[in-house]
Design a binder for this molecule. Sequence first.
Ligand code: HEC
Length: 140
Amino acid sequence: MRNTSLALLVALGLASFSVMADPASAQKLADKYASIAKNIDPESKGLSAEAGKAFFNRELTIRGKQIACASCHTSNPANPGKHIVTKKPIKPLAPSANPERFSDVAKVEKNFEKHCLEIIGRDCTAQEKGNYIAYMLTVK
Ligand code: HEC
C-alpha cells in the first residue's frame, strides 16, 4: 500500500469502524470522505451523487479497450456484476442490495486503490470516493 492510502486509512479512523454491515455504515464512510475532501480542498461543496454516477459510468481507453467501473459492476450497481476478464460473479455494489458494501474501510480502500489505479491510472481522491459512495447510496 502506498503512503497516501495509508495516511488516508489513518485519517478515516480505522479503529472507529466496527464492521456493522448496514447502509448506515456506508453513509458514515461517505461522510468521512466528505470531511477529508473538505480538508484537502476548502472549496469542496460536499459530495455529489451525480458526479459519482458520471464517474462510475465514464469509459476510459485502457490497452485499446473502453472500460468503466460499470464494465464489471454493471450500469445498475444494485445488480450483481461480472468480471470482464475472469467472468467471475461480483456481488452488487449498492448497499441497498448488499448491506456489507462500504462497511469495511480497509477493504473499501484496498479496492478503490486497486481499481482506480487500473482504470484511471491513479488512486481516486477522497472527493471521488465520497461521490462514488454517495451515488451508491442513492441506488435502490
Ligand atoms: C475488471 C473488473 C472491475 C472493474 C472495471 C471495477 N471493479 Fe470494483 N470490484 C471488482 C471486484 C472483482 C471486486 C471485489 C469482489 C467483491 O467485493 O465482490 C470489486 C469491489 C469493489 C469495491 C469494494 C466495495 C466494498 O465495500 O466491498 C469498490 C469500492 C470498487 N470495486 C470500486 C471500483 C471503482 C471505483 C471502479 C472504477 C474506477 C471499479 N471498482 C471498477 C471488479 C471490478
